[in-house]
Design a protein around this ligand. Structure first.
Ligand code: ADP
Ligand code: MG
Ligand code: MG
Ligand code: MG
Ligand code: MG
Ligand code: MG
Length: 679
C-alpha cells in the first residue's frame, strides 16, 4: 500500500509546518507529469492485479488459527528489495509489503497483455504461482497464505502468534497490539498520526447481526476497562455504540485484504471515460464479491469490509466531521488552532466524489485513432457540449476543494474537472513526512504528489504517469485507472474471474461507448445498499438502463438487482452478456491456446453470472451459514477460537480444491471444469 520512503519520519508537531510545502510541491510534480504525458495516445492496453493475503498459522493439535507475526521471509527474500528478488521475477511474480505485519501482497511482475485473449489465461496461473511460492517460502510450515477479506477473530484474545498484549503507543488500541503493524516506520507513524490528527482514536461501529441470543442493548462485552492511555475511556464516553461491533484501530480496516486491478488506458481522455464509467459499477462489484460477515469475533449485520476501512483511517477532527466531540476532548484534535478547518463530508477512504468528465474523444482501441484537446474546458464556459455524455449537474454531492490547488492547476492548463479532482484530493493533510525527503526535484520525483494521492483511498484511483512518460516512451506506464472496491475471494479461480471480468468489461466499455452516468448521489446510495446484509441477492442498485442504446436520450434509471444488472433483462443488456459479446466480437480464435483461453473466459462468465443470480452463494453468505450451523455456535453472534479454526480449515479445503466442497459451493459444472483443469 502506498509509497514506502526510507528515512526518519518527522514528529507530528514538526511535520505540520510542512503540510503546505508538501502540497505545493506535490502539485508542481503533478503538473510536470501532466505536461510530459498529456500528449500520449494509443498506449497499449496493459493491466495487472494485486492479491493480498493473511498469513495464518494453523496449529492442528491446539486447534487454533492465528495471524502470524513472524513470517517475514517471503518479503525479505522475494519483495521489491528482497535479496532473492530475481527468483520471484523469474517466476513472473513479485511480493509487496502491506499494512499488517501478518499480510502479504503479490502482483504479476509484468502487467498482462489485455489486447490478446491469451493474456487473460495467464492470470489464474500467475495467481496460483504466487500462492504456491508464498507457501513454500514460509519458514514455519504451519503458516498458510490465505485470501480472506477480514480475519474473523482479529482483535479477540490470542488472535496472534506469537501471543501479544494490546498496549502499543502507536494505535493505543484496546484490542490490537502495535506488533500487528508492519515494522517499517511509515506504518506505526501513519497509525499514530491518524489518531493524533483526529484528536482521538478512530471509532468504528458496525451493526451487530441480531440472532436469538444476541445482546443488542449493551456495549460490546469485549471492551476492557484499562488505564494505560488517556483515550482508554473513549469507548465509554460515546465512541462505542450498543448493538454494534466496536473497533478502535487502523489495523481493523487496513488489515483487511482486497482484490485490485489496474488498467492502462489508451490516453488520458479514455482513462477519464473508463474511470467515470466505473463510478457506478464499483458499488456493484463490492456487493458481488461480499466476503466480510465476521468482524472482531462477531457476526455483523453486513457483508462487506468497506466502511470498516473507511472508519479505520478517518483522520478528520470532530469539526471537520460535523460531529460533537467526546466528553473532555479538544474539538480540533491535532490540528493547529490557526488552521482553516472546513466541513469534510467523507473519510479519506471512501467512494468516488466527483466524475472527471468524458472530454470528447474517439475510441482509442478497437477503433479510430484520434486527437483530442486536453485542458480546453474552463469553469466559465463549461457546458455539456464539452463532453460526450457527462453533464456538470451529475456531480451532485458536496465535495470541497483546496482553492489554491485548483487555481494553480487551472493556470497550468488543467481543465475545470481535472483540476477539481486533484484539488479535492488535496484538501487532505500529509500523514507522514520523512525528514530526508522534504527537498525534492519536482522535475523528476513524485513523492510529495504520491503522499496525498496514495492516502486518498477511493473506490477508483486515477493514476497519472510520471515525468518520464513522454509520448513514445512506452517503457514507463501511461494513464491508468485502478478499480479498488472488490473483496478478496477464497480461491484463485474466483479472484481471477473477478479481475478478468472487470477488465474485459472496461474493454467492452471502451469499445461500445455506453453512457453509465447517473447523478453521483445515486452511486453513493448504491454504496449504502452494498453495505446491507445479503446485498448480493437482495440489494437494489440504481443504474442507467438506456446506456448501451439511446445514450443521448434522457436518462432512465432503474433499481436493479445484481442479477438484472449482471445478467440483464428485457430493458437492459447485462454486464456479463455484453462482456461475453465483446470477447466474441473482438478476439480471433484460431490456435488451440486461444480456444483454451476462450473456454476459460466462458467458465468465468458462468461463475459471475451464477454469483449474481444467487445460484452460487456469496462468500459472505457461505461463511455466515458455516458459523450458524457450527455445533459450538450459541446463537449469540459470537465466534470463538474453535469455530474460527474450523472455518479456516474448511476454507483451506475449498482453496486447495476439495471436489465435494467445491461442488457444494460452485455447483457441479464449475467443479468438474476445475478438476479437469488441474485443480
Ligand atoms: P499500487 O499498490 O500503488 O496500486 P502496485 O504496484 O501494487 O501499485 O500494483 C500495480 C498494478 O498495476 C500491478 O498489478 C501491475 O502489474 C499493474 N501494472 C504495472 N504496469 C502497468 C501498466 N503499464 N499498465 C497497467 N497496469 C500496470
Ligand atoms: Mg495492497
Ligand atoms: Mg499494491
Ligand atoms: Mg502500493
Ligand atoms: Mg493498488
Ligand atoms: Mg454532451
Amino acid at each position: 500500500m502506498g509509497l514506502l520512503s526510507q528515512g526518519t519520519p518527522l514528529s507530528w508537531a514538526e511535520s505540520r509546518q510542512y503540510n503546505d510545502y508538501v502540497r505545493e510541491h506535490g502539485i508542481n510534480q503533478l503538473v510536470n507529469c501532466f505536461n510530459a504525458a498529456k500528449g500520449r495516445h494509443n498506449d497499449h492496453f496493459f493491466w495487472g492485479d494485486e492479491i493480498e493475503y493473511h498469513m495464518i498459522r494453523i496449529d492442528d493439535k491446539a486447534k487454533t488459527a492465528q495471524l502470524s507475526l513472524k513470517e517475514t521471509e517471503v518479503l525479505k527474500n522475494l519483495g521489491e528489495h528482497g535479496k532473492d528478488k530475481q527468483r520471484a521475477i523469474d517466476q513472473g511474480i513479485l511480493f509487496h509489503p502491506e499494512y499488517g505485519r501478518f499480510m502479504l501482497e503479490a502482483t504479476p511482475y509484468q502487467p498482462y497483455d489485455g489486447e490478446t485473449i491469451e493474456g487473460y489465461a495467464e492470470v489464474e496461473q500467475n495467481m496460483s504461482v504466487r500462492r504456491t511460492v508464498a507457501h513454500n517460502e514460509m519458514g514455519d510450515k504451519n503458516v498458510h497464505a490465505a485470501t480472506l477479506t477480514a480475519f474473523p477473530t482479529m482483535g479477540c484474545d490470542d488472535f496472534t502468534y506469537p501471543k501479544t498484549v494490546p498496549k502499543g503507543p502507536s494505535s493505543q488500541s484496546l484490542f490490537l497490539p502495535d506488533e500487528v503493524i508492519n515494522q517499517h516506520v511509515r506504518f506505526p507513524t501513519l497509525t499514530a498520526n491518524i489518531r493524533r490528527r483526529r484528536g482521538q482514536k478512530v471509532a468504528i461501529n458496525i451493526p451487530l447481526f441480531e440472532d436469538t441470543n444476541t445482546d443488542m442493548t449493551h456495549l460490546d462485552s469485549s471492551i476492557p476497562k484499562r488505564e494505560l492511555f488517556s483515550g482508554d475511556d473513549e469507548a465509554f464516553l460515546g465512541a462505542a455504540k450498543p448493538g454494534h461491533i466496536y473497533m478502535d484501530s487502523m489495523g481493523f480496516g487496513m488489515g483487511c485484504c482486497c482484490l485490485q486491478v489496474t488498467l492502462q488506458a489508451p490516453d488520458i481522455n479514455e482513462a477519464r471515460y473508463v474511470y467515470d464509467s466505473f463510478v457506478n459499477i464499483a458499488p456493484a462489484l463490492l456487493a458481488l464479491t461480499a466476503a466480510t460477515p465476521i468482524l472482531k469475533g462477531r457476526l455483523a449485520d453486513q457483508d462487506v469490509r468497506w466502511n470498516v476501512i473507511s472508519g479505520a483511517v478517518d483522520d478528520r477532527c470532530p469539526e471537520e466531521r460535523g460531529e460533537a466531540t467526546l466528553q473532555g476532548h479538544k474539538a480540533r484534535g491535532g490540528i493547529a488552532d490557526n488552521a482553516n478547518v472546513i466541513y469534510i463530508p467523507k473519510s479519506r477512504y471512501d467512494s468516488v466524489d466527483q466524475y472527471l468528465g468524458d472530454i470528447h474523444s474517439q475510441p482509442g482501441i478497437d477503433g479510430l485513432s484520434h486527437i483530442t484537446s486536453v485542458g480546453t474546458v474552463s469553469k466559465e464556459s463549461e457546458s455539456s457540449a464539452d463532453y460526450t455524455y457527462f453533464e456538470p449537474s451529475l456531480n451532485d454531492v458536496e465535495s470541497p476543494i483546496n482553492p489554491a490547488v485548483y487555481a494553480k492547476l487551472r493556470s497550468a492548463g488543467f481543465d475545470h474537472r481535472l483540476a477539481r479532482h486533484f484539488a479535492h484530493l488535496y484538501i487532505r493533510d500529509p500523514l507522514v513526512i520523512f525528514k530526508e525527503k522534504i527537498k525534492q526535484d519536482d522535475a523528476t520525483e513524485t513523492d510529495h504528489f504520491e503522499n496525498i494521492q496514495s492516502t486518498n483511498w477511493q473506490t477508483l484511483r486515477f493514476k497519472p504517469p510520471t515525468q518520464k512518460a513522454t509520448p513514445g516512451n512506452d517503457s514507463v506506464p501511461g494513464w491508468r485507472v485502478e478499480i479498488r472496491p472488490m473483496e478478496i475471494s477464497v480461491t484463485d479461480f474466483e479472484n481471477a474471474a473477478f479481475g478478468v471480468f472487470s477488465i474485459l468489461l472496461a474493454r467492452a466499455v471502451i469499445k461500445y461507448r455506453p453512457n453509465f452516468y447517473v447523478p453521483i448521489s445515486v452511486a453513493e446510495q448504491n454504496m449504502k445498499v452494498a453495505h446491507t446484509r445479503r446485498c448480493t441477492t437482495d440489494g437494489k442498485f440504481g443504474f442507467r438502463v438506456n446506456s448501451w442504446h439511446g445514450q443521448n436520450e434522457e436518462s432512465v434509471i432503474a433499481q436493479l438487482s445484481l442479477d438484472q444488472l449482471f445478467n440483464g433483462y428485457e430493458d437492459f443488456e447485462g454486464l456479463v452478456p455484453v462482456t461475453r459479446r465483446y470477447v466474441h466480437e473482438t478476439f480471433e480464435i484460431k490456435t488451440e491456446q486461444q480456444r483454451n483461453a476462450q473456454e476459460l473466459l466462458e467458465i468465468y462468465f458462468k461463475f459471475i453470472s451464477k454469483r449474481a443470480s444467487g445460484e452460487i452463494p456469496s462468500t459472505a453468505k457461505f461463511i455466515r451459514s458455516f458459523v450458524m450451523h457450527h455445533p459450538e455456535y450459541k446463537h449469540d453472534s459470537k465466534i470463538n477460537s474453535s469455530i474460527n479454526y474450523d472455518l479456516i480449515k474448511y476454507l483451506q479445503r475449498l482453496e486447495r480444491y476439495d471436489p465435494e466442497l467445491t461442488s457444494e459451493f460452485f455447483g457441479k459444472e464449475i467443479s468438474t471444469w476445475m478438476s479437469d483443469h488441474g485443480y
